[in-house]
Design a protein around this ligand. Structure first.
Ligand code: PEP
Ligand code: MN
Length: 269
């Protein structure tokens, strides 16, 4: 399997996307709204997260929503706003692609292409994303085992992608107090079994804002190569995932807390 450490050879285990490097001493902090909702909100949030210490920007233009009647994202217009946010802040951007027909358009704008939890089992998409020439961020399916997750990664690697980063998010369990159960043991487990850097998304890890700061600290403590979290300047007006979105002030505080934990485990923020 290409995901095994022995197969990686001289390439090493670092993955670069834009000007950030995953898997090194310095943690990658990806922040931004769940969805790109307007030019104004995107640029305002991008400026605020940069100020607070983010090293990469996120925002969905194509949104995988549970109900077809919910906000589906601004699609191509959203990509334009995301590109503008990168110009403004200098931060590289990651955004999700849901359909093979959109890969070229997304890859043109994105520094890193995201495959979300719901598409982790979409093998046609995984193969094509692996061929797109851009670094890829692959999220764990909410009902996927570690082996299924690694096999999904294998599809991307088979497409020719050498720059793949995994992202752990919550999984479905019998627990009803949270939207998802944050399986942080997946971080050291994935690192034992593969060479890919591992990110943690504490926002989709729990679905509950009050739990995000502690899970972000724990992610750093258990060896994650960074975190990706949802931050919104006006979470009360968010069209998507407002209940788990941090304010820029919350995020800034979390960056300070993660920095302390990072120092304790020999990393930097
Ligand atoms: C996201 O990160 O934008 C997202 C939709 O997350 P997930 O695929 O983990 O649900
Ligand atoms: Mn979201």
């Amino acid at each position: 399997m290409k995901y095994e450490k022995e197969q990686r050879g001289d390439t090493g285990c670092l993955v670069k996307a834009g000007n950030v490097c995953f898997g090194g001493k310095q943690l990658v902090l990806i922040a931004g709204p769940c969805a790109i909702e307007s030019r104004e909100f995107m640029l305002e949030t991008a400026t605020a997260v940069k100020e607070a210490g983010a090293t990469m920007l996120r925002g969905g233009a194509f949104k995988p929503r549970t109900s077809p009647y919910e906000f589906q994202g601004l699609s191509f217009k959203g990509l334009e706003y995301l590109a503008e946010a990168r110009e403004l802040t200098g931060l590289p951007v990651v955004t999700e692609v849901m359909d093979t027909v959109d890969i070229a358009a997304v890859a043109e704008v994105a520094d890193m292409v995201q495959v979300g939890s719901r598409n982790m089992h979409n093998y046609a998409l995984l193969k094509s994303v692996g061929e797109c020439g851009k670094p890829v961020l692959l999220k764990r399916g909410m009902c996927a085992t570690i082996r299924e997750f690694l096999c999904a990664a294998e599809y991307v690697l088979q497409g020719g992608c050498n720059d793949l980063v995994l992202c752990v998010r919550g999984i479905r369990t019998f627990e009803e107090e949270v939207r998802f159960t944050m399986d942080l043991a997946a971080v050291p487990l994935l690192k034992e079994q593969s060479w890919m850097p591992v990110m943690v998304d504490p926002s989709h890890g729990t679905g509950k804002l009050s739990l995000v700061p502690s899970m972000a600290r724990a992610a750093v403590a258990c060896g994650a190569d960074g975190v990706m979290m949802e931050v919104h300047c006006h979470a009360d007006q968010a069209l998507c995932d407002g209940q788990q979105s941090a304010s820029p002030e919350d995020f800034s505080k979390m960056v300070g807390e993660m920095r302390l934990v990072a120092e304790a485990v020999g990393r930097t923020v």
